[in-house]
Write a protein that binds this ligand. Structure first.
Ligand SMILES: Nc1ncnc2c1ncn2[C@@H]1O[C@H](COP(=O)(O)OP(=O)(O)OP(=O)(O)O)[C@@H](O)[C@H]1O
Ligand SMILES: [Mg+2]
Length: 339
């Protein structure tokens, strides 16, 4: 029993939660491959340190993209590696709850189930990401009361209105943290003739990123290569500029939030009007995003406590329901797909 676990296979980070123990793994979803021997030389944090710093012999690969598995073999190797660190023996054959973005295909869901099964898990249940995020944010999802959760990850922004343990209206879009980083790279290239890497772009976003000019102040030194001279170069980018590359991604997410609100049944809209919107996921911390959403929707917006951990915590809290076939009872009883 104690071995049962929850897995959040995120585009940027993989998190594993062990029943009764809490979150034990939180590492980048990255694998470094030796191209000559086709063998894996590093996984997780160790592999991430090599990003942008390897010779042509090695490739640093994110085997998930846009919230779905893009390289089955590498994800399988990555999960097996992480699991070896938390589950010492396969005796007992644990069961797992894994979360998946809304609106993925059956083939993509099957791929998640298969890689987790191959790592020695007997039974896998899939839980949709916004439902997990809502549980992790402390919402009683089983009540007949609508809650609007927006999980802004790296590969997808998943949003849903949840009531009676299920999803009333939802959207999953690929506008999320990774696209924000790409937009920063494009902006710096055009504005400063400077080519920067993904890590540098992400660091700038985390340090001075904002979607409303003025909510963050200060400058951040970005380093890269001058596109004209080909030489190493740097620029001090001002926080006010960041709303330019990040604003468009934020606007695309906002469009989807407005669509969900338009499609939400009137009774549930009433609930959302009084309770507001809850933001989860690493991207929820982007400065000014909560204010921007609140300004546009005229609703209260709250960033969940530890937003990056809401999904894994929610999945972890759903572990006791793996074997339960009852739905919509009192207490958390999320609807999961069982395999
Ligand atoms: N302070 C911050 N400001 C802005 N963005 C942030 C901040 N901290 C983390 N992020 C971004 O949050 C994203 C990671 O969030 P999270 O861990 O929820 O994603 P994930 O679960 O790996 O991805 P997904 O759910 O899309 O598969 C990254 O793009 C990261 O750059
Ligand atoms: Mg996530």
């Amino acid at each position: 029993m104690g071995l049962d676990l929850a897995i959040d296979l995120g585009t940027s980070r993989t998190r594993i939660y062990l029943r009764n123990k809490g979150k034990l793994i939180d590492e980048p979803s990255v694998v470094t491959l030796d191209n000559e021997t086709d063998s894996i030389i590093a996984v997780g944090e160790d592999a991430y340190k090599m990003l942008g710093r390897t010779s042509s012999r090695y490739s640093v690969i994110f085997p998930l993209s846009g919230g779905v598995i893009s390289d089955l073999a590498l994800v399988e190797a990555m999960i097996s590696y992480f699991l070896r660190n938390v589950v010492s023996s396969r005796i007992g054959m644990p069961k797992a709850v894994a979360c998946v973005p809304g609106e993925i295909t059956d083939v993509e869901k099957r791929a998640v189930v298969n890689v987790i099964s191959c790592a020695g898990i007997r039974r896998v249940c899939l839980l949709e990401e916004p439902v997990a995020a809502a549980i992790g944010a402390g919402i009683d999802i089983s009540s007949p009361h609508g809650a609007f959760v927006v999980d802004i990850g790296a590969g997808t922004t998943d949003m849903a209105v949840i009531s009676l343990s299920g999803i009333a209206v939802s959207r999953s879009v690929k506008q999320a943290g990774n696209v924000m980083d790409d937009e920063i790279i494009k902006y710096v290239k055009q504005r400063y003739n400077l080519l920067i890497g993904k890590r540098m772009a992400e660091e700038a976003k985390i340090n001075i990123g904002c979607v409303i000019p003025g909510v963050v102040s200060g400058k951040y030194r970005i380093k890269g290569r001058n596109l004209v001279t080909g030489m190493p170069a740097w620029a001090d980018i001002d926080a006010r500029e960041m709303s330019e590359p990040l604003g468009e991604v934020a606007a695309a997410i906002l469009d989807q939030i407005e669509d969900v609100l338009e499609e939400t049944p009137p009774e549930l809209i009433g609930d959302i009007h009084s309770d507001g919107i809850i933001l989860t996921g690493g991207g929820a911390q982007l400065a000014g995003f909560d204010k921007l959403i609140s300004r546009k929707t005229k609703l209260k917006v709250r960033i969940a406590e530890n937003p990056s951990d809401c999904v894994i915590t929610g999945c972890g809290e759903a572990i006791p329901y793996i074997d339960s076939r009852k739905k919509n009872q009192s207490g958390i009883n999320p609807i999961m797909e069982r395999y």
